[in-house]
Design a binder for this molecule. Sequence first.
Ligand code: GNR
Ligand code: NI
Length: 183
Amino acid sequence: MALRPIIILPDSRLRTMSEPVARVDAAIRTLMDDMMETMYEAPGIGLAAIQIAVPQRVVVIDVAKEGDAPEPLFIANPEILWSSPEIGTYEEGCLSIPDYYAEVKRPAKIGVRFLDRDNNVVEREVDGLLATCIQHEIDHLNGVLFIDHISRLKRERVTKKFAKAAKFAGDYEEVAPATKAQD
Ligand code: GNR
Ligand code: NI
């Protein structure tokens, strides 16, 4: 198992449309295991493969409360079969947009079909935080971020903040080698 670096805004790879997996084989299982380890370490309740720069339709989730037994979910090629007309609101966050949270409205209940870690087809009806998390992760597979579901004012504010932070980090990296050369 291995930790993989999580990419953050404004990394344009987050806008990639990820490709379906042909089947869940040993290589995909290794990817899933690395993702689960990376998600737990972050910590987060979900992670899409594109967040570690892998453009495949693979997701891991564990929405179990801290202290409760873990409930790891390994998901490939998820499809939403139906969505409830009833809407739920959650304060969402994203490991690729660190330390930013905003309320997002989504269907409260969905039917979902996916391949599990053993390449079996699974169909489930989910609600609550799990329904929100699966929709957030499927968005990632389509290059969509939760900030695409908030007001343009809020989205532009957070997008600019991350663009500035990246520029500042870039400036800092440029001076770093000179500093190092002196010692
Ligand atoms: O850790 C996460 N928490 C979270 C909270 C509310 C709704 C969605 C999420 S997913 C997020 C991890 C992440 O970025 N997954 O893509
Ligand atoms: Ni996310």
